[in-house]
Design a protein around this ligand. Structure first.
Ligand code: AMP
Length: 381
């Protein structure tokens, strides 16, 4: 029996603890928030991540430390390495915390990206816009997530407003990609360097927040094999241990790297019921040095995210092969409060399930793009 320490007590920590319990392991979470939802399933130390005496107590009680949140201060992650094992390593975390370093890493391993430029002043922004053109997306290099810290620039008059909204911290300007679809690879690398990956997942966002995921997807081999090869190369390059997500835009035959998340990821939640070994269990296995589990998909899965508030659980639970996840969080606009995963043996069965659930919940806007994606990908003829 080992104790895994997790920095951050949100739903990812909660699902890690739920996945690790049957293996006989214990968890200890550290989070300053009084209402951290992992507290409902694991003990939580309420402390700031910069409180090193609390961190000392945390480190004394655990065998390995990991993260449910990538923006843990770099010096905290570094300090922990001299007191316990830390996975993923702080250097990998530092790259994935910074959109500019991430893009440089993508270029280094041969993954194309949208056009990008570092922006530290209004002059930089004007120069970058002149090179990249409109539309473009201005993003904070650090601490952005779920569409936060981003502004779209469509015309010259947007430049000053975007600078006013985001300027003052290091930024990156990216060319806006009119993509055909967004996909992610969830990869896992063990302490001994074994790499495995889940089937490619297609993702839909609403307002910058993940709305739905579908797996497995059918894309040309040239794209899916390249996406997996990039995930493998990045994991090896960073000497990464644990689960991570690599997100891409697909446009025609082009595969463009968007970002990397150095942790279990929302686009991998479907693996809880959709695979023999979920991303959460595989992360636990990886950081403890256990053999990795089977990542093959069991049929088709669609994950629907519940943002802001939960819909009617009964309408989902009434459906066969539907799984309900309530994170135990209070409702708040833009907050991820739960998700559901629907499973099916065929695309047609999945489409029928989605139609019933979409109607019962009156959520056609969330579900129709997934139905269209399924029909387009699997019933081309
Ligand atoms: P991010 O936090 O960078 O993953 O952005 C959240 C979402 O905004 C992405 O999943 C896309 O749907 C959209 N987005 C971000 N960057 C771009 C871009 N350069 N071009 C088009 N859409 C983007």
């Amino acid at each position: 029996m080992a104790t895994i320490g997790i920095l951050g007590g949100g739903q990812l920590a909660r699902m890690m603890a739920i996945a690790g319990a049957p293996l006989g392991h214990r968890f200890l979470v550290v989070d300053s928030a009084e209402d951290a939802c992992a507290a409902q399933v694991a003990p939580v130390m309420h402390a700031d991540w910069r409180d090193f005496s609390a961190l000392q107590q945390f480190a004394d009680q655990i065998d390995v430390a990991t993260f449910d949140f990538e923006n843990v201060p770099a010096d905290t992650a570094q300090w922990l390495t001299s007191h316990t094992c830390v996975f993923p390593n702080p250097a990998a975390l530092a790259v994935a915390q910074d959109r500019l370093r991430e893009k440089h890493l993508f270029a280094e391993i041969g993954l194309d990206t949208p056009a990008f430029a570092a922006v530290d002043s209004l002059d930089d922004l004007r120069t970058a816009v002149a090179r990249i053109g409109f539309p473009a997306v201005l993003k904070t290099r650090r601490l952005g997530y779920d569409g936060k810290g981003q502004a779209i620039l469509r015309a010259p008059e947007d430049v000053d407003a975007a600078w006013q909204a985001l300027g003052g911290v290091p930024l990156i300007l990216e060319g806006f990609v009119a993509f055909d679809c967004e996909v992610s690879v969830i990869g896992v690398r063990s302490r001994s360097g074994e790499f495995r990956h889940y089937p490619l997942t297609r993702n839909w966002h609403l307002g910058g927040i993940l709305s739905a995921s579908l797996a497995p997807v059918q894309l040309p081999d040239s794209i899916s094999k390249r996406a997996v090869a990039c995930a493998r190369a990045i994991a090896g390059h960073l000497d990464y241990v644990g689960v991570f997500a690599l997100e891409f835009f697909v446009k025609g035959e082009q595969l463009l790297g968007n970002e990397m998340a150095p942790r279990v990821h929302n686009s991998g939640h479907w693996t809880i019921e959709g695979c023999a070994c979920s991303q959460f269990e595989n992360h636990v296995r990886a950081v403890l040095g256990l053999p990795l589990g089977d990542t093959a998909a069991r049929g088709f899965s669609v994950m629907l995210n519940w943002i802001g508030e939960l819909p009617d659980a009964n309408a989902v639970l009434a459906e066969a092969r539907a799984h309900w996840h309530d994170y135990g969080k209070s409702p708040r606009p833009s907050r991820k409060v739960g998700h559901a995963t629907l499973r099916a043996d065929s695309p047609d069965e999945m489409i029928e399930r989605l139609q019933r659930v979409g109607k019962a919940l009156d959520r056609q806007a969330q579900i129709e793009p997934v139905i269209a994606g399924l029909a387009e990908m699997w019933n081309r003829g």
